[in-house]
Design a protein around this ligand. Structure first.
Ligand SMILES: [Zn+2]
Length: 754
């Protein structure tokens, strides 16, 4: 009895201590909310996650396949069975599939590439060849090319600078690049910019094959004939259906002729296995490549060109295929016009157990959890929309076309978008809008890591302390301990949040677990139920943790009196980005001055190995000083108004947040939602107007990798100094506008409390 009392006391204390911790909630509603969340978190069941994955991955389910549609109908039926309102929305998109693929080496010896992944005896679905999409890169153009081969490492711009210094040109050549270093679509784009006529992309065993670990089926890594399918659409220009940029690909949408679609590749491109790459690479001659370029094949890596010559022939069926997005809606009781949106894709390249069903299964259990709460009388304040997207793999098609179709509503009502994709064992991985950083830290503290029983937040903190960034100074190494919130990464691209964040300015996040179940079956026939249940989250307990984490985030956002966005962490992050771009400009200037001087002094020539000379880099004009004052002024506005909002919020949460419970907060919430919108510009980024967000974008030359303050950062990287100066002015103004919106939210909040 005594013990029980002590326990009760501690709980009471922790409730009162916790209540202000639920940002945006009054004390009373925070208590009720925690009760609902506890009930919700008890619902997700690993046995269900397992059976969903088994059912959905039973057959190949790429865009346009019978099982893709069947899965969508099954997901909708499940939601309805739980009592939810589920609809299927369809779109018609360009989706090429291979008609003819061949690759042969014609010199110095003959070799015909297999470009096929053999079935594995222990793995039943690997034998479903009649339904499998073969190994290919979607949105490669048709082509029939023959030329000398050149090895270009990752095939990113710096690799071509190195080739220049080796005196190697890829003009008229077919390049072979290894996966890694960028998103795959960048490789044919940069190769074409340098005059190549074709592109092969292979998976080197150093990265995800035998050098990384045992290969499938003995281990999780890529076998010799495994290859990585994937899209090579020029997504940094715009994602979604290539024929309907900016508008939904509905039946009667106006479509571009295929020849005018800007996001198809300029040269034919195909992915191959290391089994097929080795004969080609082993006959290459020319200089031995720099050490970081070397993979783990038992050969000496040469750059070429030739004597290896290859013939690549590709022909595609350029068909229009139908997408099936499953949309499940739970109307809000108080703020029905504010939408909390949660999505994960359901389409795969082949059977796709890991990518995407490990995440899709969690999304299904979340829906079942919310349905359970609804039956017990829970009513969300805001509207909740659950989305099982189709067509993510070819180019974020299902999410982009849905968002573009509902653009007007989304611009008015979209409050937060929560995405997941693949999920596995390990550490919490989270990126997103920094206005959500504090909120996410709060949620992560309430979710238990299934294997260590620590909170997933505590595990992430420990992981960061043990694995600090290379060369980080001591203060930064200790930061996970000294800063109240763990930092979240910025979002680039590579999954379905892109249209929400980058085009519509809806605050977004991407969540998942991973890092402890590495493998090498990504986008191959071996990413299936057998692989997942042997080598990944085989007990589905991290699947349950994902459902608990993302579902709790949905609940907490949907039920808050005041949307729990925070602007002080956001402002601090912007300070870091501004410091980074200023340093980038300074370094570019100093580096150019020094390099030009070395060229003038003949240093490169004098330092050269006379038998293996490298060319000096070209002399370049010295970059001018840029005027960063507009960014600094924008920052000051943000900093000042973020503090104003914090003060208004502090007043609102006095006396257990009694004011919050009483006040009419509709207008405050509207202003809070408008802050992320204020970070976008209708004219978009230079050379790619679809991308409107001025803080985050996928890099034009990285693909998935994020560029923060992208207009400024990329114009500096691309040495367009005039553009850099113009963009600094624009982005400075964006920061000021965001500051004004935050100030408006603070004023509205004070008014509501009066
Ligand atoms: Zn995926």
């Amino acid at each position: 009895m005594k013990r029980l009392f002590a326990f009760w006391l501690i709980t009471t204390i922790s409730w009162t201590a916790d209540a202000p911790g639920l940002r945006g909630y009054s004390g009373d509603s925070a208590r009720t909310q925690r009760e609902w969340e506890t009930k919700f978190q008890a619902v997700p069941d690993p046995a269900n996650l397992r059976s969903y994955m088994q059912r959905l991955s039973a057959r190949p389910h790429h865009v346009g396949s019978p099982y893709d549609k069947d899965n969508a109908e099954w997901i909708a039926a499940k939601a309805r069975e739980w009592g939810l309102d589920a609809q299927i929305e369809t779109f018609d998109v360009l989706f090429p599939t291979p008609r003819e693929r061949s690759l042969e080496m014609i010199d110095p010896t003959r070799y015909t590439a297999k470009i096929a992944e053999p079935p594995v005896a222990v793995d039943p679905t690997s034998a479903q060849q009649a339904e499998q999409l073969p190994v290919y890169n979607a949105y490669s153009i048709d082509g029939d090319v023959t030329g000398p081969l050149v090895y270009v490492n990752h095939g990113i711009p710096t690799d071509y600078e190195e080739l220049d210094r080796l005196g190697i040109s890829v003009k008229g050549a077919i390049v072979i690049a290894r996966y890694g270093g960028s998103w795959r679509g960048i490789k044919p784009k940069v190769a074409a910019e340098h005059g190549a006529i074709g592109c092969l992309i292979y998976s080197d065993p150093r990265d995800d094959g035998y050098a990384a670990g045992d290969t499938f089926p003995n281990g999780p890594f890529r076998p010799a004939d495994g290859a990585q399918r994937g899209s090579v659409m020029d997504m940094p220009v715009y994602p979604g259906d290539p024929l309907t940029p900016g508008v939904g690909a509905t039946k009667d949408a106006k479509r571009l002729p295929i020849a005018e679609a800007k996001t198809l590749t300029k040269i034919p491109v195909m992915p191959i296995s290391y089994g097929d790459a080795q004969p080609l690479l082993s006959t290459l001659r020319g200089p031995v490549v720099p050490v970081p370029w070397r993979g783990a094949l038992p050969i000496t890596y040469h750059a070429g060109p030739g004597p290896t010559r290859v013939h690549l022939k590709l022909k595609f069926n350029w068909d229009i295929k139908t997408l099936y997005d499953v949309i499940v809606r739970i109307p809000g009781a108080v703020y029905p016009d504010e939408w909390i949106i949660r999505g994960n894709h359901h389409d795969a390249w082949v059977n796709g157990a890991d990518d995407p069903l490990s995440g899709q299964a969690a999304l299904l259990e979340e829906m079942r959890g919310l349905a359970t709460l609804l039956r017990q009388g829970w009513k969300p304040k805001r509207t909740i929309i659950y989305c099982a997207w189709d067509g993510e793999e070819p180019g974020l098609l299902g999410s982009t076309e849905w968002a573009e179709t509902h653009g007007e509503e989304l611009a008015q009502h979209g409050a937060v978008y929560i995405n997941s994709d693949s999920n596995g064992r390990g550490i919490l991985q989270v990126e997103g809008s920094h206005t959500l950083e504090q909120f996410l830290n709060g949620v992560a503290k309430d979710i238990q890591d299934p294997e260590t029983k620590l909170s997933v937040w505590k595990r992430l903190q420990a992981w960061r302390l043990v694995n600090p960034p290379d060369n980080a100074p001591p203060a930064e190494r200790q930061e996970p301990r000294t800063r109240p919130d763990l930092r979240i990464g910025a979002l680039g691209s590579g999954s379905d949040y892109t249209a929400f964040l980058d085009h519509f300015g809806v605050a977004s996040m991407n969540v998942g677990f991973g890092g402890e179940d590495q493998g090498g079956v990504y986008h191959s026939v071996y990413d299936d139920f057998y692989w997942y249940t042997h080598f990944a989250d085989s007990e589905f307990v991290y699947g349950r943790a994902l459902a608990q984490l993302a579902g709790t985030a949905v609940l907490r956002l949907a039920d808050a009196e005041l949307l729990p966005l925070d602007f002080s962490n956001f402002t601090e992050t912007i300070r870091r980005y501004i410091d980074e771009v200023e340093k980038l400009a300074r370094d570019a200037r100093e580096r150019t001055i020094e390099r030009n001087r070395m060229i003038d002094e003949g240093v490169y020539a004098a330092a050269n190995d006379p038998r293996h000379p490298r060319l000096a880099p070209p002399k370049e004009p010295v970059p001018p000083f840029l005027n960063f004052a507009p960014l600094e002024n924008g920052f000051v506005a943000l900093d000042r108004t973020a503090k104003m909002y914090d003060q208004a919020l502090a007043r609102a949460t006095e006396n257990g947040g009694a004011g919050l419970a009483r006040a009419a907060l509709r207008d405050v919430n509207a202003k809070l939602i408008a802050v992320e919108r204020a970070l976008t510009l209708k004219d978009g980024l230079p050379h790619r107007d679809w991308f409107r967000h001025q803080i985050y974008a996928p890099g034009f030359y990285t693909g998935y990798g994020v560029k923060t303050l992208p207009a400024v950062r990329e114009s500096i990287e691309q040495k367009d100094w005039k553009l850099a100066d113009e963009e600094i002015v624009k982005v400075g103004k964006v920061l000021e506008n965001a500051g004004e919106t935050i100030q408006g939210a603070a004023a509205e909040l004070s008014r509501a409390l009066r």
